[in-house]
Design a protein around this ligand. Structure first.
Ligand code: NAD
Ligand code: UGA
Length: 480
């Protein structure tokens, strides 16, 4: 039997994944009504803001896609039950953070929001509904979703209902979300019902070539998502471990990465050494994998993957330690500039950003941090550091007269130049394009000498820094 065409989609969760993914589906499928729902009224209001620069997620190109689709077949709403009732297909795209307490705290995924969605679908769906897991989930979560739905085969009014559950994990990366969604390497659909798989494949088939739509069983699909993130993160920890060895031996990690990356079996991507991976998912997904391995009696496998996360934390603490060591063993009362707070360029997202851990270590040492980021709001930085911003001190007062009380402080800087005023060192922690084009001979005049540039993202040129009379530490550069 051919799959009935999908006319109406509801997506629960208007976050970094739900918003952009549904905007692209609506943009590419003019014949499908797409409604994105969320319990967070402020987030929905922001998605509906007539001023497209106020969308709650910053992604290059997203404003144009949302602008086109919103006036046609894309809606954002808080009317969750209504949207579920009208939908042929419901995506669950809610947050699945690491549990903070109870069984598996610190590792297992907190599935309360996913379960709440399954129960809400069980309550409000009508007729036949295809339920799609879009969130990243522990393998075998679909079992629980199916159990909740199968207990609801009749509506409150006695009308028959049926459900099919699919897994369709999302592989987009932040900052390139629109490009990744419009031209994905692959779309993965796991399921048990061929008609349901066909129905979802035909939605993507509006713009994705059929050969890029992979079909698997439910468990392979759920596990492939965790595995993909684990492999990507593992490459970063591997190259960061080699970066430390480069620094100790006079090798250069960029040269090593190029040398190994040209081997077609290794490939050149995800070999940039840096301040460690951040973002909402790598750490949480690997920890989830670690928890699952222990749960299934595979402690050696768990230890193997856990070391990827441990190396990442070590790299971040190592960078903070290096700064302290280079600045004569103390940063108490010294001004340091931090350029970049987002976990990567082209996003305003700071979740698990390396800058958080590094800044906290430096604050703990009593540093005074001037923090600049072109997209991150200062309120967000205050939340992440657990410390409200102080007033920007008078640039003239200089670090020698700064507080030596040992209390770390920070303030937001509107410009790179302001951030560097009177600073003993500057840390580059996000690879924003504007940091690649700085005039170091001009900036050096603003710093207290001898001053250091700590480039954790390989964005500056060694020659430009040395020509400006500054000292340089570059990640993985044994010859800086
Ligand atoms: P997010 O926190 O940005 O958004 C989740 C949204 O779901 C929130 O707005 C929240 O209010 C809403 N929500 C939670 N429970 C709800 C309920 N019962 N009803 C209605 N709304 C509800 O999260 P995200 O970054 O979009 O991630 C969502 C999922 O996608 C996670 O499992 C994540 O691991 C996965 N993922 C994320 C990315 C990424 O780049 N951020 C990429 C791939 C996969
Ligand atoms: C990552 C994956 O790339 C996506 O495929 C996946 O869908 C997503 O996680 C998810 O599940 O959330 P994202 O976290 O948005 O996407 O960004 P990445 O580009 O993967 O970067 C993650 C972190 O690794 C960043 O902090 C980045 O700076 C760092 N990174 C990346 C490096 O340090 N070196 C590299 O070579 C690449």
């Amino acid at each position: 039997m051919p799959a009935a065409p999908i006319r109406s989609i509801c997506c629960i969760g208007a976050g970094y994944v739900g918003g952009p993914t549904m905007a692209v589906i609506a943009d590419r499928c003019a014949d499908i009504q797409v409604t994105v729902v969320d319990i967070n009224q402020a987030r929905i209001d922001a998605w509906n803001d007539p001023d497209l620069s106020k969308l709650p997620v910053y992604e290059p190109g997203l404003d144009a896609v949302v602008g086109r689709a919103r006036s046609r077949n894309l809606r954002f709403s808080t009317a969750v039950d209504e949207a579920i009732a009208a939908a042929d297909m419901v995506f669950i795209s809610v947050n699945t953070p690491t549990k903070t307490k109870g069984l598996g705290a610190g590792q297992a995924s907190d599935l309360r929001w996913v379960e709440a969605c399954a129960r809400q679908v069980a309550k409000s769906a009508q007729g036949h509904t295809i339920v799609v897991e879009k969130s990243t989930l522990p393998v075998r979560t679909a079992e629980a979703v199916k159990a909740i739905l199968s207990a609801a085969q009749q509506s409150d009014h006695g009308e028959p209902r049926s459900f099919a559950v699919l897994s369709n994990p999302e592989f987009l990366a932040e900052g390139t979300a629109v490009r990744d969604l419009e031209s994905p390497d692959r779309v993965l659909i796991g399921g048990e019902h061929p008609e349901a798989i066909d129905a979802l494949a035909s939605v993507y088939g509006h713009w994705v070539p059929q050969e890029r739509i992979l079909r698997t069983n439910l468990w392979s699909s759920e596990l492939s998502k965790l595995t993909a993130n684990a492999f990507l993160a593992q490459r970063i920890s591997s190259i960061n471990s080699v970066a430390a060895l480069c620094e100790a031996t006079g090798a250069d990690v960029r040269e090593v990465a190029r040398a190994i990356g040209t081997d077609s079996r290794i490939g050149p991507k995800f070999l940039n050494a840096g301040p460690g991976f951040g973002g909402s998912c790598f750490q949480k997904d690997i920890l989830n994998l670690v928890y699952l391995c222990r749960h299934f009696g595979l402690p050696e496998v768990a230890d193997y993957w856990e070391s990827v996360v441990n190396l990442n934390s070590w790299q971040q603490h190592r960078i903070a330690r290096t700064v302290v060591q280079k600045l004569f063993g103390t940063v108490t009362g010294k001004r340091l500039a931090i350029l970049g707070f987002a976990f990567k360029a082209d996003t305003n997202d700071t979740r698990e950003a390396p800058a958080i851990r590094i800044a906290r270590d430096l604050l703990e040492e009593g540093a005074q941090l001037a923090i600049h980021d072109p997209k991150v709001e200062s309120e967000q930085i205050a939340r992440d550091l657990g410390l409200i911003a102080s007033e920007a001190p008078d640039a003239e007062s200089g670090p020698t007269r700064a507080s030596l009380s040992g209390e770390g402080t920070w303030w937001p800087s509107a410009s790179v130049a302001d951030a560097l005023d009177g600073a003993d060192g500057v840390l580059i922690l996000t690879e924003w394009n504007e940091y690649r084009q700085l005039d170091w001979s001009d900036l050096a005049q603003r710093m207290r000498q001898p001053a250091w540039v700590f480039d954790a993202r390989s964005v500056v040129s060694r020659e430009a820094i040395h020509a400006a009379g500054l000292q340089l530490w570059r990640v993985g550069d044994g010859d800086a």
